[in-house]
Write a protein that binds this ligand. Structure first.
Ligand code: PGA
Length: 241
C-alpha cells in the first residue's frame, strides 16, 4: 500500500503572510503525506509555524564552498526538509538542467538522506509527436543507470504542456504514462517498483483530483497554482481522502 503524497510547489510565489495563513489551517491527515515545497527563504518560518514535511524546490550539485547563491543539501536538511524537488521542467527549461547535473544533485541528497521528488515529463512537441514514452524513458534511464533510485524515491510525472496551462492530462492518459514509468522502474528494481510513489502534476485542481487519484498508479500530486490557495488545496486533500 503506497501512502499518497500531496506536495505543494509554490515556485517563486507567496510571501510570509501567505505562509502564516496556511499555518492557521490544520493540514495533518494520517492517511496522506502533505509536503510543502516552499521558496527556501520561507522554510524556517514554515517549520516554526508547524508546517512540517518540508521540501526544497532545488538543491546545489555541490556539497559546499564557493558557489554564490546556491543552497546545499545539508542546509536544506538543517532547516527540516525531508524532500527536495529536482528536475522540474522549469529548471530544465530556464537553466538547461540535464540528467548529468540532476544525478549530481541527487547524489548530494543521498548523502544527507533527503528524498528526491524527481520530475519528468514530455514537452508539447513530444506530446504532439506521440513520443512521450521515449521522453520518459530518456529521463529515467540515466538515473537508473546511476543506481540512485530506492524505495524512498518519489517520481513526479508532469507533462510540460499541462503545467500552469489548465490543460490537465486525462486520467486515462496520465495512468498510461504512470504505468509505463512503473514498468521501466520494475525492469531494474522489481522489488521496489511497486513501493515507489509516482505523483501526477500539471494543472491539478480540487475538481479534477478525484478522477486522477482513482487511477491505480497515481499516488498523489505535485501541485503548483492550486497550492497557493488554502481552500483549493484543502479541496485536493478531500479528493484524495
Ligand atoms: P501547476 O504546476 O499545478 O500550476 O500546473 C505544477 C508544477 O509545476 O509542479
Amino acid at each position: 500500500m503506497r501512502k499518497p503524497i500531496l506536495a505543494a510547489n509554490w515556485k517563486m510565489n507567496g510571501n510570509i503572510a501567505l505562509v502564516k495563513r496556511f499555518a492557521e489551517y490544520t493540514w495533518y491527515h494520517q492517511s496522506i503525506e502533505i509536503i510543502w515545497g516552499l521558496p527556501s527563504l520561507y522554510l524556517s518560518i514554515a517549520s516554526e509555524l508547524g508546517l512540517s514535511q518540508l521540501a526544497g524546490q532545488d538543491v546545489s550539485a555541490h556539497e559546499s564552498g564557493a558557489h554564490t547563491g546556491e543552497i546545499s543539501a545539508k542546509m536544506l536538511k538543517e532547516l527540516g526538509c525531508q524532500y527536495v524537488i529536482i528536475g522540474h521542467s522549469e529548471r530544465r527549461t530556464d537553466f538547461g538542467e540535464q540528467e548529468s547535473l540532476l544525478i549530481q544533485k541527487w547524489q548530494q541528497l543521498k548523502k544527507q538522506e533527503l528524498n528526491p521528488i524527481y520530475c519528468i515529463g514530455e514537452s508539447l512537441q513530444e506530446y504532439n509527436e506521440s513520443t512521450t514514452d521515449m521522453a520518459i524513458a530518456r529521463q529515467l534511464e540515466s538515473v537508473i543507470a546511476a543506481n540512485l533510485i530506492d524505495e524512498h524515491t518519489v517520481i513526479a510525472y508532469e507533462p510540460v504542456w499541462a503545467i500552469g496551462t489548465g490543460n490537465t492530462a486525462t486520467p486515462d492518459y496520465a495512468q498510461a504514462v504512470h504505468a509505463k514509468i512503473r514498468h521501466i522502474l520494475s525492469d531494474k528494481y522489481a522489488n521496489i517498483a511497486p513501493l515507489i510513489r509516482i505523483l501526477y502534476g500539471g494543472s491539478v485542481k480540487a475538481n479534477n483530483a478525484k478522477d486522477l487519484y482513482h487511477k491505480d498508479d497515481i499516488d498523489g500530486f505535485l501541485v503548483g497554482g492550486a497550492s497557493l490557495e488554502c481552500e483549493e488545496f484543502q479541496g485536493i486533500i478531500e479528493a484524495i481522502l
